[in-house]
Ligand binder design. Structure first.
Ligand SMILES: [Zn+2]
Length: 188
């Protein structure tokens, strides 16, 4: 990028495109997913704090979005990106056992409580979301598997959209920001 000194602000006089991960004319779903990724990367980035991990994970996620995924895998990718990046900046969910009592029988997700909970503890936490055993396994997979491995898994669209919704409440709660691109992707 070439900047020219202006009277009050500098002026961009020339810019050269180095990389276009989602291509020159991305379709609607690709644009939605790429916007959600960029938005979460933005709220997890801080001025004058260079972070090679955030750059690398965002670059890989955008490259996969641009590689032609179906809608379910697009949702799954963004959900994995959100949980992985939020974990990196300090908001790692606990998917191992009930966050309150350690019970291994998990049936609720609560961003306020910090992860998964058993049924009896969830009754005392407002806003806890019911999750199935299969969804618990998916949440763990989002954290433990690489993007590339996740993209090779079969996932039904309903589950992928549900996981995207959970990742959204996790990110919105812990960054304390409205995430409009994620809301748009979820159709909210
Ligand atoms: Zn419990």
């Amino acid at each position: 990028m070439l900047l020219a000194h202006g009277r009050s602000l500098d002026v961009v006089s020339q810019a050269e495109l180095l990389e276009a991960p989602v291509g020159a004319a991305p379709d609607y779903e690709t644009t939605c997913a790429a916007s959600a990724i960029a938005e979460v990367a933005r709220v997890c980035s801080f001025e004058d704090a260079e972070d090679p991990f955030t750059f690398a994970i965002t670059q890989r996620a955008l490259a996969l979005v641009g590689s032609g995924l179906d809608a379910a895998h697009m949702d799954l990718l963004v959900a994995a990106f959100v949980f992985k990046l939020l974990s990196h900046v300090g908001y790692r969910p606990d998917f191992s056992a009930c966050v309150l009592c350690g019970d291994p029988m998990l049936s609720y997700f609560s961003p306020q409580a910090g992860g998964l909970m058993c049924g009896s503890c969830a009754s005392s936490v407002p806003g806890a979301e019911l999750v199935s055993t299969g969804e618990v396994a998916w949440l763990r997979a989002l954290m433990s598997m690489t993007f590339d491995a996740l993209m090779a898994e079969r996932v039904d669209p309903h589950t992928a959209a549900f996981l995207l919704g959970l990742s959204h409440v996790w990110a919105a709660t812990h960054t304390d920001q409205r995430l409009r691109a994620m809301e748009f992707m979820l159709g909210r």
